[in-house]
Design a protein around this ligand. Structure first.
Ligand code: SF4
Ligand code: SF4
Length: 272
């Protein structure tokens, strides 16, 4: 790996263990991998089109199943979408970690476990039969988790799918050695900035108060509630919002937690 300059970046992850000191060459070698998921975040990279072409001059894509046939394992920056949901995924994510100087989780599945974690709350036999029918025994499975449950992750770009502008911002930060941080405030802040009427006033449970901003409150801006695809800000935010929502709208914390389950079942288990 080239070492023309060194960067030391921190991210919106909670502790020093997630600080990354990475060495990036003049043209970093970049890979994009997928685990269990719809691969929508990998596709979102391809959908960047013109903006991606700008970045492509500064990086070298060396492993990206959806885009090229090359399969190099000498990688400076690796992006991974999808959750760890099978024993094969566990082996794969360890392989990615070993091969990549910097590892970035992209999308709700990789960062939170995402909708894959819905199966964690159902009997294994039932979801295996639902998905695979009579061939259920052919496929191994296990509880779905984010990739950070198995390997050190240097950066996370949450969302379903990830926010493309955030992806470009991170790539640029890595290229010039600047720190990158996710917003540390709630979706409600962006929602208020856009002048949206609050959905709670219509009796709709919206997870904006506990969810990390960065999506420009896209769902409430189109009249849909936030379902926390960017993850919960913190246990404190969850508790504070729980109290507030109970007092103001008579909505119990249990109701908020059940709404959170769509994307955040794993987070619910780890921080509530
Ligand atoms: S609609 Fe949702 S995101 Fe917007 S202010 Fe209300 S609770 Fe917050
Ligand atoms: S508003 Fe909520 S559910 Fe919608 S994109 Fe933003 S974080 Fe995700």
């Amino acid at each position: 790996m080239n070492t023309d300059f060194e960067t030391s970046c921190s991210i919106g992850l909670p502790d020093e263990a997630h600080r990354s000191s990475v060495s990036i060459g003049a043209k970093p070698r970049v890979a994009v991998f997928s685990l269990t998921g719809c691969e929508g975040c990998s596709l979102a990279i391809l959908e960047l089109e013109d903006q991606l072409l700008d970045v492509l001059g500064a990086i070298e894509i060396v492993n990206f199943r959806e885009a090229i046939s090359e399969r190099s394992w000498d990688i400076d920056i690796g992006f991974v979408d999808g959750a760890v949901s099978t024993p094969d995924d566990v082996e794969e994510v360890k392989r990615f970690r070993e091969a990549c100087g910097t590892l970035v989780a992209i999308g709700a599945c990789a960062c939170l476990g995402g909708i894959n974690t819905l199966k964690n709350h159902q009997p294994e036999d039932s979801y295996r039969r639902y998905v695979y029918g009579d061939r259920a025994k052919w496929f191994d499975t296990q509880e779905a988790k984010p990739i950070s449950a198995f390997v050190k992750v240097d950066y996370e770009l949450p969302g379903c799918p990830m926010v493309k502008e955030e992806f470009l911002r991170l790539v640029k930060c890595l290229l010039v050695g600047r720190p990158f941080r996710l917003p540390e405030y709630a979706v409600c802040v962006e929602c208020k900035k856009r002048g949206n009427p609050c959905l709670y006033e219509k009796g709709i449970v919206c997870l904006g108060p506990i969810t990390r901003a960065g999506c420009d409150a896209i769902c409430p801006s189109f009249g849909s509630r936030c379902e926390a695809c960017r993850g919960i800000l913190s246990a404190e935010a969850l508790r504070a919002a729980g109290l507030n929502l109970q007092e103001r709208y008579d909505i119990p914390l249990e109701k908020v937690l059940s709404e959170l389950r769509f994307y955040g079942a794993y987070q619910e288990e780890t921080i509530s």
